[in-house]
Design a protein around this ligand. Structure first.
Ligand code: SF4
Length: 234
């Protein structure tokens, strides 16, 4: 694992839990609205944080945090992710994984091994290639098929999970959100996250996009509830 960044204490990365959030470098997507583009495009600009350092860091906080959130970048690009998580779990920490869903084999190993406690999987757009290619910055159709495999895998598992979409006006209309909700009909949870414009988006043209209003997000989540009862926005 190549960990580049740690947020010591986060109350927002896993609802109801206090976690430390670890960020890996590199990603196989190029979402134009990505806030962590520096970790995706220029990972060598950041020093690696050693396993020893992370272990010491976590053990020092054992009484204050429930677990970790592994984010990035895309954690499932690392073949040693299951072994890494096992080491953390053995120390008594809960584990949440943030993923773009492009590695169903890794997810299956994690699910079968009971290694993780929660998955938050991004669904970048409606599940047709043109829309997904635009929202995730991809050219390879296989990646979308792998995302679909991961959705199926997670929905057929017993794990607690959420699917989530960062809603960006240039990429998502009401129709897009309804199409996604239909695709994951019956899922345990679907969260709409409002896009926050910042200087740190991967594509500079996204820095000034005006996000949807809270009212619009509320309206979209109400409509999506027809397919996923536990749908809300944040
Ligand atoms: S937002 Fe997209 S490009 Fe950025 S880390 Fe997540 S999946 Fe990768």
């Amino acid at each position: 694992m190549i960990i580049k960044r740690i947020i010591e204490t986060s109350l927002i990365d896993w609802e109801g839990k206090v976690v430390s959030t670890l960020y890996v470098s590199s990603c196989n997507f190029r979402c134009p609205f990505c806030y962590n583009y520096d970790l995706v495009l220029n990972p060598d600009n950041f020093p690696n944080i050693s396993s020893k350092e992370i272990n010491n860091f976590l053990l020092e906080r054992k009484d204050f945090i429930d677990g970790i959130c592994m984010s990035g970048g895309e954690p499932t690009l690392y073949p040693d992710l299951p072994a890494y998580f096992k080491g953390i779990k053995e120390k008594g920490f809960l584990i949440k994984l943030d993923t773009n869903g492009t590695n169903p084999e890794s997810l299956e190993e994690l699910l079968n091994g009971g290694i993780i406690d929660y998955i938050a999987m991004d669904i970048k757009s409606s599940l047709n290639f043109n829309d997904y290619a635009r929202a995730a910055g991809i050219k390879d159709k296989i990646l979308l098929e792998r995302v679909k495999d991961s959705i199926k895998l997670i929905m057929n598992s017993q794990i607690e999970y959420e699917f989530r979409t960062t809603v960006v006006p240039l990429l998502h209309t009401e129709e897009t959100i309804i199409e996604i909700a239909k695709y994951i009909s019956g899922a345990k949870k679907y969260v709409l996250q409002n896009f926050i414009p910042s200087e740190n988006t991967l594509e500079s043209s996204f820095q000034k996009i005006k996000p949807y209003s809270s009212e619009k997000l509320a309206e979209l989540s109400e409509k999506a509830k027809k397919y996923v009862a536990n749908c809300y926005y944040r």
